[in-house]
Design a protein around this ligand. Structure first.
Ligand code: NAD
Length: 399
């Protein structure tokens, strides 16, 4: 089943039946055997999942995840999410994802490099002509993207590379930048005050959460709580975000001023803005019932469950959905891909400005659509994204 509720969306979009049938399942979902011999006496065999969900608007784009518990289903869902994210923001890519079922923790860089080289070997035909463009995801980073680039020598074949081999300045902070931009767009209308006068709690102080917090703090917002999986820090007067950011790779708040707070209590804080930037599904129906924030901006993918959505709507808590709020990363990836193709260069400031421009325009369109249709922001974002994809299908003669 697709992530989108096509039954609910059909009356809102005049969704042609043919489009629905094309979008209810991925164009391609494959499991490939990946095997490497890291040592003469050890043969490692695992699964590599590759999903191209839709190429209607462009080549499938989406990260390469490496984790012990990945599955084809999960990869499929994440590929679909990329379809809606790229469509809503007008980025000319389709949606795809890939995953290797291996725990990268404890794996040396040599062994990890062999795994990535084998991944390239398996997908070489598609990667070398740009039929699918990977990027970092959980368990992979710029180093692995550099290995992919090194195997292919096609700069636009992969994004999220280190800047020394054509990576984009500002790519690391891009998703957090987008989250902060969406929060700043939403605050005046939804909270009746600028973001600089708001209090914020951030669940998950990793890449997305820490950079979201940093950009918001730059605008004057007070970050009163932040957490890692092991627990969080609360300070009503505001956490020192610079110091917290410096410690974030170690996943600790040691030495910072404030009190310990659990992840559960952090979610229930009476703040203006809550940013879930950790894992999916953390705001369940039960959690939603005890939220005291006024606005949620989804840094993580899929942090709010379907049942929780209804509770939030009843409680009047506005939720800026993931396909809008955390699209900064794929917008930056597009700039990296475009630069690689054209040989041009972009500064960090230009990257931030581009993200701001794309997301503030998308945000306005979502607000207008939500108010015209009388639906929550998530549904409005889905309507707009679906319409984009359907238009591309019509114009390509698919329908
Ligand atoms: P990360 O690994 O850098 O950081 C994750 C943070 O969340 C860490 O602080 C970790 O301790 C914490 N965490 C993990 N599980 C938790 C849990 N169950 N409860 C509380 N805290 C928990 O990851 P990231 O790159 O910042 O990604 C965070 C989320 O954002 C993920 O859902 C990811 O899919 C999504 N996302 C990331 C990007 C990106 O560019 N990195 C883009 C779009 C969406």
């Amino acid at each position: 089943m697709a992530l989108l509720d096509f039954d609910a969306l059909t009356p809102l979009t005049d969704l042609p039946d043919a489009a629905r049938r094309l979008l209810e399942r991925p164009e391609r979902a494959t499991t490939v055997m990946l095997s490497i011999r890291a040592r003469p006496d050890e043969l490692l065999i695992t699964d590599c999942y590759v999903v191209y969900y839709s190429s209607a608007r462009g080549v499938p784009k989406g990260g390469l995840r490496m984790a012990a518990d990945v599955s084809l289903e999960e990869t499929r869902d994440r590929a679909e999410l990329m379809v809606w994210k790229t469509a809503l923001t007008g980025i000319p890519f389709g949606g795809g994802k890939s995953a290797i079922r291996l725990d990268p923790r404890g794996m040396g860089t040599f062994e990890k490099g062999l795994v990535i080289k084998e991944y390239v070997h398996l997908l070489r035909e598609d990667l070398s002509v740009g039929n699918y463009v990977p990027a970092p995801d959980m368990g992979t980073g710029p180093r692995e993207m550099a290995v992919i680039f090194g195997e292919l020598h096609v700069p636009q074949a992969v994004t999220g590379k280190p800047t020394s081999v054509g990576g984009l300045p500002g790519r690391r902070e891009a998703t957090g930048r987008g989250v902060a931009t969406c929060a700043a767009c939403a605050a005046p209308d939804m909270l009746g005050k600028p973001i600089g006068e708001c209090t914020v709690a951030v669940q998950g102080f990793g890449n997305v959460g820490s950079h979201s917090a940093w950009f918001l703090a730059q605008q004057g917002a007070r970050i009163v709580a932040a957490s890692h999986i092991t627990g969080g820090l609360y300070n009503a007067r505001g956490i020192d975000v610079e110091q917290a950011l410096a410690r974030s790779p170690q996943e600790t708040f040691d030495g910072l001023q404030g009190d310990a707070i659990s992840n559960e209590d952090l979610l229930g804080l009476p703040v203006d803005v809550l940013i879930p930037a950790a894992a999916g599904g953390v705001i369940t129906e039960e959690v939603a019932g005890r939220l005291r924030c006024k606005l949620i901006v989804e840094g993580a993918n899929d942090p709010v469950t379907g049942q929780a959505d209804e509770v939030l709507a009843e409680a009047g808590i506005v939720d800026v959905p993931d396909i809008l709020a955390n699209a900064g990363g794929v917008i930056a990836s597009y700039v990296e891909w475009r630069n690689a193709k054209s040989g041009s260069f972009t500064s960090k400031k230009e990257v931030y400005d581009f993200i701001d421009q794309i997301l503030s325009r998308a945000f306005e369109r979502v607000i207008e659509c939500a108010s015209a249709l009388g639906v929550p922001l998530r549904r409005a974002a889905q309507v707009l994204a679906l319409q984009e994809v359907v238009t591309s299908m019509q114009e390509r003669g698919w329908l």
